[in-house]
Design a protein around this ligand. Structure first.
Ligand code: HEM
Length: 268
């Protein structure tokens, strides 16, 4: 197997031959773009509202359902097994708990996601079937992002929504991970141990950039949905959350009655 020794130089120095370093370098610009989407900027300013957060949870549910279905199905694939940590990382159940908390027991019938979320989930299912070695790019993008920004975002969410307890915030909690930094190191070393041909490695790097792009598109789609309402509020010169209709949104089974959306956010 090839290990691709050619190192590129950046302002921060040698990237080296480790997959984890190469992925980080390849997605550096995409990360800056993701951080600077309007939705992420709003989130960081603490401008998230409950209706907005519910819509975000719906999209995350769709994404993690596809990601974790495919990781589970391919858990013994040589490029998946080393980075398969369902006990420590799985988010699907936490999202379901949070959705039930915020939307009630009928939440499954009330989820709506924008087209970009649907495309993201489709991509995950496609590579899970056709090129499972690319799943590492998606798992890296979501889970290492969750572990990196999760604690801070959890606190911002709690404050923004005025929640007095941790209820509804399971998504940000990783009880199986004692130290996110140490776990990230372990995860990177597992990534670095995956044997890939040069072609596969190049495809993983490309897929990681695509994974960030899919996230950016989800944020932008959510932002567009939310801005419909913002305009309505602006016009009424009030602070009341208005009814918003999104005729182009495909309904994915369940949903948030999108009758009350302000503006919104992400996760990492
Ligand atoms: C509110 C916006 C965001 C902020 C403030 C933020 C901040 C950060 C910070 C501080 C780190 C740690 C960097 C380091 O350890 O060197 C990080 C890492 C990371 N973030 Fe974000 N992030 C944001 C959005 C996102 C999004 C939207 C994604 C992808 C969906 C993402 C994916 C990642 C990944 C994969 C890492 C791990 C990088 C690595 O160590 O290889 N982040 N982020």
């Amino acid at each position: 197997m090839e290990t691709m020794k050619s190192a590129r130089k950046t302002e921060s120095g040698d990237i080296g031959s480790d997959l984890s370093e190469q992925v980080k370098a390849a997605t550096k610009d995409s990360h800056v773009r993701a951080e600077n989407t309007q939705l992420m900027l709003s989130y960081q300013k603490g401008h998230i509202t409950l209706p907005q957060y519910k819509v975000l949870l719906c999209s995350l549910h769709e994404i993690y359902k596809a990601l974790e279905d495919e990781l589970d199905r391919n858990s013994s694939h040589p490029a998946v097994a080393p980075i398969y940590f369902p006990q420590e990382l799985a988010r699907l159940e936490t999202l379901e708990k949070d959705l039930e908390h915020f939307l009630g027991s009928g939440w499954r019938k009330r989820v709506v996601v924008p087209a970009a979320t649907h495309r993201y989930a489709q991509r995950l299912r496609q590579i899970g079937k056709e090129r499972p070695e690319l799943l590492v790019a998606h798992a890296y993008t979501r889970y290492l992002g969750d572990l990196s920004g999760g604690q801070v975002l959890g606190k911002i969410t709690q404050k923004s929504l005025g929640l007095s307890s941790q209820e509804g915030l399971s998504f940000f909690s990783f009880p199986g991970v004692t130290s996110p930094n140490r776990f990230k190191q372990l995860y990177r070393s597992r990534m670095n141990g995956i044997e890939l041909t040069a072609e596969e490695r190049a495809a993983v790097l490309e897929e990681a950039v695509a994974a960030f792009e899919l996230n950016i598109q989800v944020f932008d789609d959510l932002q567009k949905m939310l801005s419909v309402t913002t305009e309505a509020v602006d016009q009424s010169a009030g602070n009341v959350v208005r009814t918003a209709t999104f005729p182009s949104l495909p309904i994915v089974g369940l949903c948030v009655a999108l009758t009350t959306i302000g503006l919104g956010i992400y996760s990492l």
